[in-house]
Each structure stands twice: as structure tokens, then as C-alpha cells.
Write a new protein. Sequence first.
Length: 200
Amino acid sequence: MSHALNARLWANIDDKRSGSALVAEMTPLSLDSQAAQASFAGSSEMYWADLEKCTCMDFNINQSRSAPCKHMIRLAMELGLLPSAGIVRDIDAAQYRVALAKLKSMTSEGDLLAAVKIGAFLKELYTKGKSRVADTRGVDDTPLRFFFVLAGNSAAPIKTRKKDALALVKAIEARLGEWLLVTPQALLAAFEGYEQTDAA
């Protein structure tokens, strides 16, 4: 099925958005060429785009611009409706954006103990250069998989993602500290544990 671009909407394509559409992270998570629809990873959620609209904030806030967002532009490139010289396709990079958003949500709003475990794992992984994964079942389904490569039960860090990993650790440490400060019993237990360690 052939598709055409609406001249009214596509007459003024922004160069900056066209450049942003080329990067690896903009690889569609899903693409339906027949329906001319695609899903994309955002910084905090997934966006759905076709050639007329997108669910992203940029398109909806700037509708008065009457121009496509970067997701719509990437879709048009994928469909061969716009030049795509320099385009980078890397589904892993796009899926990583989804995983990172999920981890940020889990560590800031999810169960505190689970968040602390995530932080401890990432801190060991990136400060010691390795960590042990006791049970590798289900590893392919966890968002943490984008931070390491496995060799048996030993995990080695993916170094290009160190900055994101340590930012997650810092956020978890801040959340744990805040919890201690507003939970007198926990703070008292922490002090007692510190005093016992100091005495030993």
C-alpha cells in the first residue's frame, strides 16, 4: 500500500527534528508499514505515531506549528517517503530507552527494598567491574539486562551505560537516605548497627 504525505502538515519540516530522527534511539519499537504506524521509545513512556499525528508532547503542544515531530519524520523515513541518509537502526538502543525509563520509575516509586537491591547490584557491577548473578533464569526479561553481559553466572558491565547506572544508584541512595530520616525506628537501628560495628 502506498502512502502520501499531507502537504499542509509536511510542508515545513524542521531540520533539527529531522536530524534527531536519524539516531539509533529513534529506531521504531514496532512498525506497521501497511497501516503507516509505529511506536517509539520516549524518555518516560512509549509514543505512537502515524503520518498525521503522534502522542508525544512535542507534537501535541506545538500543533500550532502544523509540522511533524521527530517520531513522524522517522516513520516517514522508514516508509521511504523522506530521504534517510545517515539513519542508524539499532533496536537494542531503542529498547534500552524503554528499560531505563522503567528502572527510573521502579527505583523512584516502586518497592524500596527492590530499589535498594537494584542499586546494590549496579553499584557493585560498575565499581568492582563485575557482579554475580545467582539465578540467571528470567534475565532476558529484566530491564537490568541492558547494563551487563553474562558469562555463566558472572556479569560484566556495559561500560557505555555507566553514567546512567550510577545516576540510578545515586537516586536510590538519596531515596534510602530520605526514608531513614523520616522513619525514626529505621534511623535508630542504623545508628545502633553503626555503633556495634565501630565497637568491634
